[in-house]
Design a protein around this ligand. Sequence first.
Ligand code: ANZ
Ligand code: ZN
Length: 833
Amino acid sequence: MSQASPATPDAYDFGTIQNKWLPVWLRMDPFRADRLAGDAPDSEPDTRERRYLLDMFPYPSGDLHMGHGEAYAFGDLVARYWFQKGYNVLHPIGWDSFGLPAENAAIRRNAHPSEWTYANIETQAESFKRYGVSFDWSRRLHTSDPDYYRWTQWLFLRFYERGLAYRRASYVNWCPKDQTVLANEQVIAGNCERCGSPVTKRELTQWYFKITDYAQRLLDDMGPLEGRWPERVLTMQRNWIGRSEGAYVDFVIEGRDEPVTVFTTRPDTLYGATFFVVAPEAKLASEIVAPSQRAAFEAYLEQVKRETEIERLSTEREKTGVFLGVHAINPVNGERIPVWAADYVLADYGTGAIMAVPAHDQRDLDFARKFDIPVRVVVDTGEPDPAETGVATAGEGVHVNSSLIDGLGKIDGVRTMIEALEQRGVGKGAVTYRLRDWLISRQRFWGCPIPIVHCPSCGEVPVPDDQLPVELPDLRGADLSPKGTSPLAAVSDWVQVDCPKCGGEARRDTDTMDTFVDSSWYYLRYCSPGYDGGPFNPEDVQRWMPIDQYVGGVEHAILHLLYSRFFTKVLHDMGVVDFTEPFKALLNQGQVVNQGKAMSKSLGNGVDLSEQLGKYGVDAIRLTMVFAGPPEDDIDWADVSPSGSLKFIQRAWRLAGDVTSERGVDPATGDTALRKVTHRTIKEFTEHVESFKFNVGIARLMELTSTIRKAIDSGPGPADPAVREAVEALAVMLSVVTPYTAEDMWERLGFEPTVALAGWPSYDADLAAAESVTAVVQIAGKLRDKFDVSPDISEDELRQLALASEKVRNALGDREIRRLIVRAPKLVNIVPG
Ligand code: ANZ
Ligand code: ZN
């Protein structure tokens, strides 16, 4: 099914309607923030209640795809609803336009990354306009514009001054294919997030943001987000931060003056420590290894460096390690235990060294069994001996073989042990986090340059604020292919600068920032686009932030959201914003899949958004996205019906042409039955939009459409004022989903554009009140109770009501229920056993 025949007054043709209204909207530009409805830009302050709706901004990888079609349909629905409600709405758009794909495309085509990037941005901008998204185009930004990244650099320098940006050498994730380092967050199951290659480790000097300073606040501040962010996102963030409570315990290592501290969550198992393990790549290992074991150790270290973190932490894997030829002294009983290096201990978690308690930790047990190390039970859990079964007992129990804590349970054991350690000065209670500092430097061209100069005499020197931005050199024609160092390093007249401090010869830092830095603050820039006194005007941010509703994909559940939360807290501590969380509420839309699988080239199940738009029109596609199911569920394009959506839209549109009464007639004189349906629908649709049950709301609009059709054809007729009232309300409600159709309906009803700002219809509570019906409950065919319920009560609710009834419970006594038949809204039939 495609388009209806060309424009006779009664033939709906989406192409004609789109071409008619798009230029009108572009001229009207109706969705500017801080502009009173319908007025020209106003010098008077706009005092209406403000709402900030933000869609995650796109990466310009080509034209918009089905996933964009879905996400922006939801975001736009909410924004348009707010516009209709009369709020002063901020709904901006921009592009996350630095990043690797542009660079890789440029390498393939021997072009500049900016050409590909900005061409794609234009394509997407046109597509957004055609898609009818209610953006405030005057606030558009691109993170790769110098007047944006100037402020990314400025923020970097503020972080630097606060000690939150620093450089250090360490083993980092390295993608051998993209030839760049990766943040922990960009390593997915041991592979590069971008290209899928297995990630290896390299020792490099890199820039970090000290997000670990904020670990506890990132956890604590999630409280108010509870119920307003998806639970699974909060859980993922909590797990990522990974708070662990336990203790630090100091062990003396024979032949070394400084004690070595371990982190343990089970200080209560100290008497069961039968060996000690250090991470092979931790400095400590090579410092303490006995001469006789050095060769074996170094061979082992080489092997470990080739492994991924996932492999290392796997419990399935055969344990490996080398004895370092030295012993540690257990601080509570003076016992000598052997020190090993083993890859299952990570260098950058806790302290990089552990006390191993094989009886109660599975990995320690696997290791002990492989290398014949004793296993000593110190918690009696009632389970069989781990040394025999090979299964560590990690559960609750009573401490044994543990002198001062014998007989205590876990909680008391932990507390008593920590007190004892603190008393003797050999340990203390501690909290650690799995969260690592954020590695932000990248050895790539198409990113924001790090505004630091390296001077042989002054060291690291920040580029002075008034010399920002440090602009990328024009690399047209240069070789961008990855070589393990930044392509910027090869541009010698860019690299060589005078030191801002001493004026001597110095070199620019040649790394660029992770693009997640760019996207950690863009939502602030939208509040005062073009502002050149700082990254944003604090007054404007004060007015608009925090964001009322953020909409985007769950793939950003950790990285982007955590980083943005971190940035906001730093800005709060700098005293420039007075809030600590950027996003009050979050909606994660599902994915658009096809035939049960993610769309992919190799599967050949891709669906092209622009092709769908060409076939069914913008409104039908938007409606299909919204009607498919709850927004957080995936949409399988094989299961939905854009042609069905198109048919519905046509039916709604025809209604507007059938209305024969004049604008302004008093609906109170109209047909009451229809008015009741109209007002009920307004009430329910409003509630469904507010609670993001968009699909259920659409079903109500479909029912209203059928009811109006009947009223016109076989009821009170097209001249009845209630018919006009119903169709006007329908047009305004539809405007949040199918803006083109709604605009055309509005015109047919005799109004001027734009329906988008017509104002949300209000309902009369009496008319909207749900009628009730009587439900009866029978037991074995005998009437036992009856009560009034809403005609649209669900089977579930009705069943609950019936089972909760006193009379029913009495009549049932202690008989079992064999069968329960529910016929909502009128009948529940219980067959006792
Ligand atoms: C002794 C012990 C006994 C442990 C026991 C556990 C159970 P979470 O909860 O994830 O924070 N550990 C500490 N640092 C480590 C590292 N760098 N690499 C690998 N493992 C490390 O884990 C903390 C526990 O993981 C610590 O508590 C330590 O083993 C181990 F019955 O210490 B435990
Ligand atoms: Zn200098």
